[in-house]
Design a protein around this ligand. Sequence first.
Ligand code: GLU
Length: 306
Amino acid sequence: MSDFIAPAGRYAPSPSGDLHVGNLRTAMLAWLFARQSGRNFYMRVEDIDSERSSAESAARQLEDLAAIGLEWDEPVLYQHDRGHAYADALAQLDTYECYCTRRDIREAASAPHAQPGMYPGTCRDLTEEQRALRRSELHAEGRLPAIRLRAHAREWTVRDYYTGEYTGPVDDVILKRGGRVDQAQAGDWAYNLAVVVDDGYQGVDQVVRGDDLLFSAPAQAYLADRLGFTAPFYIHVPLVVGPEGRRLAKRDGAVTLREMMAHASAADVVEKIAESLGYVGISDAQTLLEKFDPERLPRDAWVFSG
Ligand code: GLU
């Protein structure tokens, strides 16, 4: 049974470096949408990628989010604690082992009629004998198979605040990554499974995140359906771009809160974010929340020029 029963929004950063001003703006929007609609609001640390995540980075991110005036309901959920929940979910799903390397997938995907970016289905329909052979070949290379969803839908429709109804392909997404034999353990849980299981568990019915993830929403909503969860309402926020029109990145200069605070206060940063949302002269999150009207939000990418 879930302890989380009230409708909720969340912000779910991956702790692999400091958040930049675009991430902070998305977090601010997630908080505004949730609180303005009377929802709970959670922070979820998406640290399943064991190679890229660190506890130190997670702590810095939470500090920065608090510094711009966000507050959240406890507890903060750490995905590294949630393996049992992902294992339970996996057991409910129709899945298959996948023995492909990235290279196998690239090669198969370049064949005529392959759908770009979609898993070509190489391991989907293997016989038991073929599987035993592939498994032992892989084992000899020191690798363990990945686990994929056997999707029974080709596409799925989600609802998004900016886009309206959005229909996209449903892929046989990876649910668990391939592991290494020498570590005697399977690989990390995959983002698509973890995000769906945790949103379902936390009662998240409103997902605010960058619009670079819109394409993954149909597969996630399909997975939610398979697990008996109602898909959330999505709010995929246009990304922040740098002066050259490309997605904002570290190379664009002082973009993290700590970098910006060398010359400005947290209130100045909040003021900048508020301005990008169409509110001039507001430098604290609570006042912004009082004034916040989703209807007035600009629909274009915010060009950040320092
Ligand atoms: N952890 C993901 C990120 O930092 C966000 C995932 C999500 O919000 O669904 O990009």
